[in-house]
Design a protein around this ligand. Structure first.
Ligand code: PLP
Length: 394
């Protein structure tokens, strides 16, 4: 009676949500201050004051019918022009409103883009560890996810493994930098090598291979780490951006897609994005939040607490003997489980009221994700529990 695959998807619990729900139950039992919940990636800093002020100003001074009314399907022209100008100023690109499609967040940006380009039986490459929803989004297109292992320890793209994975069916490669869950930022050198390889493979197979760059964490980088802007390196690029983390607005659902102006058959690519948005019902992203973004286009939430947390957690855990990937960005620490089975390790961690996420569903068994978008005090209070957990494996 119902779509079997969607029924199963709806019934399958998300592991992260399950741990989060367990945490809520445990907090009710023993008090929130005694549970160290590192499960979920919800920003822990408020949106900048300028966002609140923009909302107030819009409500008080903008025409109410227009503010709450439909914009064009791909987003308000003035809003898109403001964002395009901002991107051009920042990255030296030449995009216009006609390259931009407003969406309700990175998830929508990704599903729209994947539906616009992927055909059944084509292949889309992702790099481990990868955001598990890529598999869900791809399945609806009938295309196949091909996971390529990243370099050991650095978790940069392994170019040789990538080369071996590309076939005549490869249509796209998804990258996510800064990465959820490793926190790794791909270096300029990695990006250049990947783009050179993809250009070579496009020549060899005689068709376009696209890069989809999933960028909700672009602004969350520490110590002046540079995040290369992929449009400046590769012609067939779709940027899937979101303000969820950059402006701490995950519940407001606002982001965009950029279609590179250098893309093969650029006008058709943009039309396919508009078509996919229409077919999936993703037309006219929140009208009010489009206008908020127009007013706050160059703002970022105060991310200094994430850097404080990153330093505290990374330094403390490595000192305790944990093997951690050094995160240049995002708000996750990727830690090697101290036993083979990461699920078993996370169950053991629960005995010390530590809630961690096994990374099996990210394609990297044997690792756990620690979300440090929490108050610094939670990390300080949790350190003895992390120490006891490590000691239990000695
Ligand atoms: N991509 C990655 C890697 C993410 O971590 C997330 C959310 O956590 C998303 C996409 C979806 O972001 P949004 O909330 O903007 O839809």
């Amino acid at each position: 009676m119902y779509s079997e695959s969607l029924l199963q998807l709806g019934k399958a619990p998300s592991e992260i949500r399950e741990i989060f729900e367990y945490g809520n139950k445990r907090k009710a039992e023993i008090g929130a201050e005694n549970v160290f919940d590192f499960s979920i990636g919800n920003p822990s800093v408020p949106a900048p004051k300028s966002v609140d002020n923009a909302i107030k100003d819009l409500v008080d001074n903008f025409d109410s019918v227009a503010l709450h009314g439909y914009t064009s399907a791909q987003g308000d022209f003035k809003v898109r022009t403001t964002i395009a100008d901002y991107i051009n100023k920042k990255f030296g690109t030449k995009i216009t409103a006609e390259n931009l499609y407003m969406t309700c967040g990175a998830a929508a940006s990704l599903t729209i883009t994947l539906n616009a380009i992927m055909l059944p039986d084509e292949e889309c490459i992702v790099f481990t560890p990868y955001f598990p929803e890529y598999g869900v989004f791809l399945e609806r297109t009938g295309a196949k996810l091909v996971a390529v292992e990243s370099e050991e320890k650095t978790f940069q793209i392994d170019i040789e493994k990538l080369e071996r994975a590309i076939t005549d069916k490869t249509k796209a490669v998804i990258i996510n930098s800064p990465n959820n869950p490793s926190g790794v930022v791909y270096t300029k050198e990695t990006i250049e090598k990947m783009c050179d390889l993809l250009r070579k493979k496009e020549q060899e197979y005689g068709h376009s291979i696209f890069i989809i760059t999933d960028e909700p964490y672009r602004e969350l980088v520490y110590d002046n780490t540079e995040v290369p802007y992929i449009i400046n390196y590769y012609h067939n690029t779709f940027v899937c951006y979101s303000y969820s983390k950059a402006l701490s607005l995950p519940g407001e659902r606002i982001g965009y897609i950029v279609v590179s102006p250098e893309m093969d058959e650029e006008k058709d690519a943009y039309a396919a994005i508009c078509g996919a948005g229409r077919a999936l019902g993703y037309v006219c992203a929140s009208s009010m939040y489009q206008r908020v973004i127009e007013k706050c286009v160059d703002e970022t939430a105060d991310i200094s607490i994430y850097k404080t947390n990153r330093d505290l957690l990374y330094n403390s855990l490595t000192e305790m003997g944990y093997e951690c990937v050094y995160p240049d960005g995002a708000f996750y620490l990727f830690v090697k489980a101290m036993c083979e089975d990461a699920h078993e390790f996370c169950e053991k961690a629960k005995e010390y009221e530590l809630l961690l996420v096994p990374a099996d569903s990210f394609g990297t068994p044997g690792y756990v994700r620690v979300s440090y978008c929490v108050q610094t005090k939670q990390i300080e209070d949790a350190l003895p529990a992390f120490r006891k957990l490590a000691e239990s494996y000695r």
